[in-house]
Design a protein around this ligand. Structure first.
Ligand code: NDP
Length: 301
């Protein structure tokens, strides 16, 4: 069994980006700039945002955090988005999800200029991705694609099962892997990905176990610890665990620890490749956000 080490691959991507930023600056060009909007004090969201800020600083991007209290109105948030859309010094920005209930997430996402939508969530970018055209791809699926490519795990003709049909992970992931082959955006990976036979599963899927047992690659994005168990996988399968779940643990420094959606201890005994949680998809998502920002920056040169 090989661990797909997202932490290591993400570090390699950050090193590549850092070199690109240094080259840009040696040509007298400005740094790429990412802005992150956060509303309220959701602890997990604050951690994700801080990690994104830290990653930007590491690679030499300018990072701007714009924080609002929960009491912000939808209209005030939309006004802020309009300002970011117009700001020529900001290449891309994201609005950290989830938003408070009184704010319509879909309305907010649609207000973002799709050229600056580095989370790849705007309907225009999603549409381009669905059509197999160049687009800003949602960060988590892009990170998973990159991870598969860098470990040279082929997808052509493979049976892929994606569990979870969210707009940010499951749906775009399925769309990417079912496309006709495209070259990875990675500079180093040569593997062509796509051409998979994809099955998308969700809470109403029947016989999930039997469907998974046929799969060469399983991508789980549900948010339930131990959803994927050892009896659901075949030997030699590749398992990508997107889930992030907090489990109470009085022995852990923070009183909890993070686990994925996969019964890692038992599934890892059987399969060929598997991502750990933490240290798998999470760091790749942040690295992809940086890559998306660089992609937008370069398209504006
Ligand atoms: P959502 O929480 O939006 O949706 C969960 C999906 O799982 C739904 O499609 C739901 O089906 C499906 N589901 C629920 N129960 C089952 C079940 N028993 N069997 C099969 N499918 C089921 O998904 P997200 O993609 O937003 O998040 C999923 C997980 O991934 C979360 O733990 C989240 O924290 C994590 N995440 C991690 C990221 C990373 O960078 N590592 C990035 C984004 C998310 P239905 O549609 O029928 O309700």
């Amino acid at each position: 069994m090989t661990i797909l080490d997202g932490k290591r691959v993400a570090a390699a991507i950050r090193t590549e980006l850092k070199q690109q930023v240094a080259e840009l600056q040696s040509q007298g060009l400005r740094q790429p700039c990412l802005a992150v909007v956060i509303v309220g004090h959701n602890t997990a969201s604050e951690t994700y945002v801080n990690n994104k800020m830290k990653a930007c600083e590491e690679v030499g991007f300018r990072a701007i955090k714009i924080a609002f209290e929960n009491s912000i109105t939808e209209q005030q948030l939309l006004t802020q988005i309009a300002l970011l859309n117009q700001d020529k010094d900001i290449d891309g920005f994201i609005v950290q999800l989830p938003l408070p209930e009184h704010i319509n997430e879909s309305k907010v996402i649609q207000a973002i200029d799709y050229h600056k939508d580095v989370d790849g969530l705007h309907p225009y970018n999603v549409g381009l991705t669905a059509l197999g055209l160049p687009s800003i791809v949602s960060a988590t699926p892009r990170g998973i694609r990159e991870l598969l490519a860098r470990y040279q795990i082929p997808t052509e003709g493979k049976r892929v099962v994606v569990i979870g049909r969210s707009n940010i992970v499951g749906k775009p992931m399925a769309m990417l892997l079912m496309q006709k082959p495209y070259l990875s955006l990675s500079q180093t990976a040569s593997t062509q990905l796509g051409d998979a036979t994809v099955t998308l599963c969700h809470s109403k899927t029947q016989n999930l176990r039997d469907i998974c047992r046929e799969a060469d690659i399983i991508i789980v994005a549900v948010g339930q610890p131990c959803l994927l168990t050892a009896d659901m996988v075949k030997p030699d399968a590749t398992i990508i665990d997107v889930g992030i779940n907090r489990i109470e643990d009085p022995h852990a420094p923070k009183g909890y620890r993070l686990v994925g959606d996969v019964d890692f201890q038992n599934v890892s005994q059987i399969v060929k490749y598997i991502t750990p949680v933490p240290g798998g998809v999470g760091p790749m998502t942040i690295a992809s956000l940086l890559q998306n920002t660089m992609q937008v920056y370069k398209s504006n040169l």
